[in-house]
Ligand binder design. Structure first.
Ligand SMILES: Cc1cc2nc3c(=O)[nH]c(=O)nc-3n(C[C@H](O)[C@H](O)[C@H](O)COP(=O)(O)OP(=O)(O)OC[C@H]3O[C@@H](n4cnc5c(N)ncnc54)[C@H](O)[C@@H]3O)c2cc1C
Length: 472
């Protein structure tokens, strides 16, 4: 029987283990996780009737892998969309919260009326956004050509839309700087939209119409984002519970992987871990690439350098729970974004209990404030008390909340948000080609190709399919 060692018990490693159990060839799977529990970035805490998703709170509905996995592990009835009455976002602009124009898809306005009415943009910027219908599409000469999100959106919709709408929305997903993030790696849908429709506005309007008709016919999801009633952490728990044969070791870190001499019957690979070696025919590295880099240094220094080349930013989330009557602001949105130009110590704030049902007990509300990111890394190193003070000062200034919270929670995500800079996809193609030269070695997860939970699951499942194709 083939022996497989998976390094990393985040959602990528778990998806790989789950898919391997369903594969055609029976495999003996061992999964090693350095931390005390599984899930990596995906962590849900339950406290005083609140459900607190410390990191990811949802996934993009349009990418099917997470929804499919949730259904496969018995969570089909637990899927929830965002609350329909609060599907809007505020943006901080010149010290005031402004509603983003309605009907934005990936930062692209699809409703003329709402764009025209928006106070966020002057007339010149609105007219410039309309020129998207006329600006000729860029003809990319090859797959390695790339452009930053900021440059792409400015070229199509103008620099004001890039700075005030699309940049903060899209850059916010990566806690990164839209001027250096790759449009092809981070939002390939925009590149495809320009290629196929010549205009982002036309493409996103067509997409919106398609989504509406799919939702009306019961085929698609009404909400662009999906979560689980009791928090995204249930996905990790249920996948882990479904693993029947895999051996799962927590608090056991991989330190190095290397090849065994040809003909060694224990397999092709040895994974040195904090609790002794594990032998395997195939190894799956489901850890961020900066973690993979030292693991493969002795095996292949060039591959190690390639893995180490992607930057990762750190971020923290600060949760503030209040009694509803202590908050005068209606919290009538999913939250607000803070563009860098506003010079604030926070990146964004989610109105968690407005965005989702089930997150706070009746009469209470939950806010989540993001700090850190690529442009403000040192924030994450401040102590909890200081981060709570900063978050509360901002809530006082922006939402008028002057009452003390009922409780607070702080979570840190060190080097957890990959920064796919311009040229990332070409670098990843070279990296994966290099990995392929090592028979039985597989790499995937946070920071390679694709972003977010669905792409992590897709990569885990694709790796499993290479090791043991599905029987059905
Ligand atoms: C604050 C935050 C919010 C996010 N929000 C969203 C969201 O709303 N929606 C969305 O789709 N995505 C979101 N993401 C991205 C999402 O979390 C990731 O895409 C996904 O969780 C990546 O999973 P992974 O398994 O590849 O990596 P990780 O979650 O990083 O898991 C890797 C695992 O490997 C373990 N490990 C590390 N070193 C070793 C070692 N030497 N040996 C063994 N194990 C090791 C780690 O402890 C960890 O458990 C967010 C990320 C962050 C940081």
């Amino acid at each position: 029987m083939k022996r497989v060692v998976i390094v990393g018990g985040g959602i990528t490693g778990l998806a790989a283990a789950h898919a391997l159990e369903k594969g055609r060839e029976r495999c003996e799977v061992q999964l090693v996780e350095a931390g005390p529990h599984l899930g990596g970035n995906v962590q849900t805490l339950r406290h005083n009737g609140f459900i607190i998703d410390a990191g990811p709170d949802s996934w993009v509905a349009a990418k099917p892998h997470a929804t499919r996995l949730a259904r496969a592990v018995g969570l089909g009835d637990e899927l929830i969309g965002t609350r329909p009455d609060t599907r809007r976002v505020y943006i901080l602009w010149q010290r005031r919260l402004h509603p983003m124009p309605e009907g934005l898809i990936l930062g692209v306005p699809t409703e003329v009326r709402s764009l025209v009415d928006s106070e966020l943009l002057g007339w010149d910027a609105k007219v410039r956004a309309g020129l998207d219908l006329l600006v000729p599409p860029r003809r990319w000469s090859d797959d390695d050509e790339d452009e930053s999100i900021d440059s792409f959106v400015s070229r199509r919709l103008g620099s004001d839309v890039a700075a005030r709408i699309a940049g903060p929305l899209l850059g916010g997903i990566f806690a990164g700087d839209p001027a250096s993030l790759s449009v092809r790696a981070c939002v390939p849908q925009l590149v495809a939209a320009e290629r196929d429709h010549g205009s982002l506005v036309v493409a996103m309007r067509a997409l919106r119409a398609e989504r509406r008709s799919q939702a009306a016919s019961g085929e698609g999801e009404a909400s662009a984002f999906l979560s689980l009633k009791r928090g995204v952490g249930d996905l990790v728990l249920n996948v882990a519970h479904k693993l029947r044969d895999a051996e799962v070791f927590t608090s056991r870190a991989a330190r190095k992987i290397d090849r065994l001499p040809e003909g060694d019957r224990r397999g092709r690979w040895v994974v040195e871990t904090s609790a002794g070696p594990l032998h395997a025919d195939e190894v799956v590295l489901a850890v961020p690439s900066h973690v993979a880099a030292p693991l493969v240094r002795d095996l292949d220094p060039e591959l190690s350098l390639m893995c180490g080349a992607t930057d990762y930013a750190s971020a923290a989330t600060v949760f503030l729970a209040y009694r509803k009557f202590d908050v005068r602001h209606p919290l009538d949105a999913v939250g607000f974004l803070v563009p860098r130009t506003e010079n604030r110590p926070i990146l964004a704030c989610s109105f968690v209990s407005s965005k989702w049902d089930h997150r706070a007990p009746a009469g209470q509300v939950l806010l989540r404030v993001f700090v850190g990111g690529a442009n403000d890394e040192q924030m994450v190193h401040r102590d909890d008390k200081e981060l709570v003070r900063i978050a509360r000062d901002q809530m006082l200034d922006l939402l008028g909340i002057d009452r003390p919270p009922m409780f607070t929670k702080v979570f840190r995500f060190m080097r957890s948000s990959p920064q796919p800079h311009v040229g990332h996809l070409a670098r990843m193609r070279r990296l994966l080609a290099r990995v392929a030269t090592h028979h039985g070695l597989h790499i995937g997860g946070n920071g390679y190709i694709g972003t977010g939970i669905p792409d992590a699951i897709r990569q885990g499942e694709e790796i499993a399919a290479r090791i043991s194709p599905r029987g059905d």
